[in-house]
Ligand binder design. Structure first.
Ligand code: HMG
Ligand code: MG
Length: 319
């Protein structure tokens, strides 16, 4: 199995969608450029969702337009799309740019009905129905599709989520033809034991279709990605568990920014993602590596925190 672990930095999307203020387009573009210099494998640049639901990312098309001709070789740009309208906007970006600026779109559903309703105004079944034409059209256009399942451990409204339900929703996404399965611990409820139990349950149900079995296969299995939020400071301790079970792809967020606005409750604001730097360090402590330049990542993290006007909780190595 490949020992190089892949990282998607989601700070321009997950990081900025939960902030009360709206970050200027030019600064979002600067953050993406800074992440390119740090050589993350993929950058989740923005979302083509309803601007009424997430005004912070209403400038997705402008952000991408400013990045024209600037995507370095070997780095992917991706964006969230909730429906066909979102996909059309993503395809228009590529058409207007005259290049495949967006390599991948990410659809998103949940293992919790309450979260799904609050996040997308739809049942889980309705979200899956919406995704069918999105996946088919994206594939026709040569664009990969990531499928997120939120609330893999717990839901901010329903509490603990049975792992079997996560496996069931994941199976439905795989049936629809996603290329990557991204398991999201939306509110940072994972502990090493809970994550191990979840991953073993998903592997029991779907292992032969995923890349977490550690076995060589004749066909290309669907990649499995782990997306941790860091509410209780336990996210980094969950990373080795996932690595031991064969996961070789994680999401992180520069500066630890992040959180889903629809995962917040009146008492608790949705927590930030695991910082990409903590993620890289946890991977290295486990004897594996990424291709990230940590000094440049530290610079990107400082920039990300500065966008929010708050100090970086994990400043990393000093350049
Ligand atoms: P709705 O209100 O049920 O749908 O929203 P609608 O079809 O009635 O649309 C409402 C308005 O939005 C209409 O405009 C549509 O045209 C427009 P109006 O007629 O009122 O002027 N609209 C759109 N505009 C732009 N782009 C679109 C689009 N679609 C409709 N694609 C909808 C349904 C899904 C659109 C809405 O609920 C939505 O946008 N939700 C997104 C919420 C979101 O982005 N959440 C955060 C991302 S998920 C996350 O953070 C979790 C993750 O990080 C993993 C983890 O941590 O677990 C991925
Ligand atoms: Mg998230």
């Amino acid at each position: 199995m490949d020992e190089l672990v892949r990282i998607t930095d989601v700070s321009p999307r997950d990081g900025l969608q939960n902030e009360p203020g709206i970050v200027p387009t030019s600064l979002k573009v600067e953050l993406v450029r800074s992440l390119c210099r740090a050589r993350v494998d993929e950058i989740e640049v923005s979302s083509f969702v309803s601007p009424k639901w997430v005004p912070q990312l209403a400038d997705a098309s402008e952000v991408f337009a400013s990045l024209r001709n600037q995507k370095p070789d070997g780095i992917s740009f991706s964006a969230l799309v909730p429906n066909e309208r979102g996909l059309q906007a993503a395809l228009a970006v590529n058409q207007n740019a005259g290049e495949r600026l967006i390599d991948k779109v990410s659809i998103f559903t949940a293992a919790s009905e309450t979260f799904s309703a609050k996040n997308t105004n739809a049942t889980i079944a309705e979200t899956l129905e919406r995704f069918k034409p999105v996946i088919d059209r994206a594939k026709q256009a040569g664009i990969r599709v990531r499928g997120y399942v939120s609330c893999i451990i717990a839901c901010p409204f329903e509490g603990p989520i049975p792992p079997e339900r996560v496996a069931e929703v994941s199976a439905r996404l795989l049936d629809l033809g996603i290329d990557e399965l991204d398991l999201g611990d939306t509110i940072g409820a994972a502990t090493p034991d809970r994550l191990r139990h979840l991953l073993l349950t998903v592997r029991d149900r779907l292992g032969d279709r995923l890349d977490i079995t550690g076995e060589q296969r004749q066909y290309t299995p669907v990649h499995t990605i782990i997306h941790l939020h860091d509410t209780n400071g336990l996210a980094a301790s969950c990373v080795p568990v996932a690595l031991d079970l064969g996961v070789r792809w994680f999401d992180g967020s520069a500066g630890g920014l992040g959180g889903c606005p629809y995962a917040s409750t009146p008492d608790t604001r949705a927590p930030g993602n695991i910082s990409t730097l903590s993620l890289v360090e946890a991977i290295e402590r486990h004897g594996l590596r990424t291709r990230i330049n940590k000094d440049r990542l530290a610079a990107a993290s400082t920039l990300a925190r500065r966008l929010l006007d708050s100090p970086d909780p994990n400043p990393g190595p000093q350049a």
